[in-house]
Write a new protein. Sequence first.
Length: 494
Amino acid sequence: MSQTEILAFLADPATHGGETPQRIETHISVVFLAGDRAWKLKKAVHLPFLDFSTLEQRHAACVNEIEVNRIAAGQLYLGVVPVTGDADGGLRLGGDGPVVEWLVEMRRFDQENLLSTLLEAGKVDRRMIQEVAEAAWDLHRQAPIRADKGGANGLRRVIETNAITMEGLASLLPPARTRQLTQQALARLDELAPLLDERRHNGLVRRCHGDLHCGNICLYQGRPLPFDAIEFSDDFACVDTFYDLTFLLMDLDHRGHRALASHALNHYLDLSGDYQAVAMTPLLLSTRATIRAHVLATMGQADAALSYLDAAEAYLRPPAPRLLAVGGLSGSGKSRMGRELAPFMAVPGAAVVRTDALRKQIMGTPLLEKLPPQAYDGEMGRQTYAKLYDTCLELLKAGHAVVADAVFAKPEQRAAIEDVARRAGVPFDGLWLWTEPELAAQRIEGRRANVSDATVEVLRQQLQIDLGPMTWTKIHTGGSKDAALASGRAALCL
């Protein structure tokens, strides 16, 4: 029986108790939404990166889809259901007759709650995108380690598969450009190969999502939920955790939300402490954009495919690194300033290295858990600032812009971060944020779910510190946030 007949059966309201189903189609599947259920059929296609040609292969893929989505979205995936034939030639869902097709059965969710739809509606703020980054981090922490996959050879296979696929789409993707893109990607891969293999050795290649773009994340019961993980290829899904994240970052950026992509990147770094991964950002963003280019070309969407090809080329030309240090007493708004300036400094944003997050990473404490007072004694303070300087230097040497976020109340701390820029051979800018103590205290008291443990008493102690000569650009943050950000951008000529 042809899939055309099965698709007609699934599109028939009678199959769904009289309700006309909504149909959603991709290049490899068709989903029918009716009532509180979603029914997903895998197309009988054979592409360079998957083979669903036979009923047995599609059944195996359906079973695997349930398994690979169990960690992140188990509450959505209900099981594998057959489409069966009747004696009278009709079809049934889950009947006892001969099986003619297999479907994945899922709980239906409101399509308005897709992250892609929420972005278009302007309903995604910094808090929501941080929760998305947390969902990705939770998935990566729980995902099984796959040291047999990934590394430099794993990413090379992805790049080479992209090249083969694009060759077959020469009428839509200009061959001269795709060949040059592949050559540049492979050259960058050769430079990063030792790092990729080190990360695989350290357990950072895992059975990830594999397709973590905005159309595969939904709000379900009020929380972001990644779903529709890749089930058809271990090579595509058993990857470096940061490569998994970069699909989300690239998709946010390409949709015109670079600031949100920067927030997602930096919240993930706060959670994971995985700063070494940032060196791979240009190549991984480019590879993800290349995948979208050939997928959309396969679907005949020429203009969209070319826009992703443009992005894939641009990601391999990152801006030169620079170091920005943002200091100020607690409640001055320095962390907000650093986060808001980051998207103007790099793609999708400068790496924001915060002493508040580093201290908790050093102590193995969850990001929002309050630390005891001894965590802020002289020795821990020295360790934290030393980690700040070392991390910033490594990131700058890797070619990525950095925002160093700390109080920097002591002249020697400011001198030390300036020296980091000199050692890395990059431009340096220092901003000193200040506001009235009363307003700073109000801000501190109003904080919720904040990584900083500073209290009003801490602020009072900071106010007694002799700052010494201040050579950094001073910015008053007691007025509007937009005015303060404009002053910060002007100081950096952004």
